[in-house]
Write a protein that binds this ligand. Structure first.
Ligand code: GLU
Length: 298
């Protein structure tokens, strides 16, 4: 069976930690148009593992704003906060193989340890790479601290993970266009990333690969700010024996100063645009959606 006979499944996966802005609208509508062009389905996933920042009113606003834009999605909606057991199971598989280790450092410890190095290495998001302090703890010391109830994050042992995989990993990338190319993953850029946090037994990276697999996602359409993280996602998929979707990383909308729109920059929300009297078709026209081609080569 070739890829073109498989029913294609897309997903839009917002986090309810603020109101959706025009950039989210763009991504959601691209998902819809690509799903339509492929004769596939569109799912909605609420990425709410960050229990401190996510709020029910933002989740409700996601449903309202997307419905206003004219989006419809298949039920049920998957809420990540209801599936911590699935992420723990994936983590357990990595624990059993010695590919993750507990890290007792605080955020301040990590910054301090990294800055003691002559040349501070940074990950693609510009955070200092973890210098590996807790990777060097003995198994007995780890056990002692865990048994004593010290809280820990769980980090991927990147060197051990790469050693287990041994071959190069790639993915099919469309760059928001219609023709695929193969991209070689560079997971090592992320160092020993956190896969489970102290407060919740998961992180974005592990939850997204588990959910994309469990929901049978064939096409991930999302902003190009997640392009480099895809290398890490491909490594996790390989380690966990999960399939690789095709990826369509689209351009980000920018403001007049060239900064990407983000909740933190208080980009104008879709609901504010609605209150200002914009209609969904005006928004679509503003996003240039009617000038794009969506029939990608499967
Ligand atoms: N929840 C992420 C966000 O809102 C999207 C992650 C993804 O599409 O993989 O930025």
């Amino acid at each position: 069976m070739t890829r073109s006979y498989i029913s294609r499944i897309f997903r839009f996966a917002p986090s309810p930690n603020g109101y959706l802005h025009l950039g989210h609208g763009f991504s959601a509508l691209l998902n819809r148009e690509m799903a339509r062009a492929a004769g596939g389905k569109l799912l909605l996933r609420i990425e709410d593992i960050d229990l401190e920042r996510c709020r029910p009113e933002f989740e409700q606003a996601i449903y309202d704003d997307l419905a206003w834009l004219g989006l419809d999605w298949q039920q049920p909606v998957r809420r990540q906060s209801e599936h911590f057991d699935a992420y723990s199971e994936a983590l357990t598989s990595l624990k059993k193989r010695g590919l993750v280790y507990p890290c007792f450092c605080s955020r301040a410890d990590v910054v301090a340890a990294a800055s003691e190095q002559a040349d501070v290495k940074r990950d693609p998001d510009d955070s200092p790479l973890y210098p590996g302090t807790c990777r060097h703890l003995s198994p007995a010391e780890r056990k002692r601290r865990l048994d004593a109830g010290q809280s820990a994050t769980w980090r991927l042992d990147m060197a051990a993970a790469l050693k287990e995989v041994r071959h190069a990993i790639d993915w099919r990338e469309y760059d928001g266009g219609t023709e695929p190319r193969l991209v070689e993953a560079e997971p090592a850029l992320w160092g020993d990333v956190v896969l489970a946090r102290k407060d919740v037994p998961a992180s974005y990276h592990i939850a997204v690969v588990v959910d994309d697999a469990l929901q049978g996602i064939t096409d991930v359409v999302r902003g190009e700010d997640l392009f480099t993280a895809t290398g890490l996602h491909r490594l996790l998929q390989t380690l966990l024996d999960l399939p690789s979707p095709d990826y369509h990383h689209h351009e980000l909308l920018r403001d007049a100063a060239g900064r990407k729109l983000s909740k933190s920059l208080r980009a104008k929300s879709l609901r504010a645009l609605r209150q200002d009297g914009f209609t969904p078709s005006e928004i679509e026209a503003q996003l240039g959606l009617n000038e794009r081609s969506f029939s990608f080569v499967p």
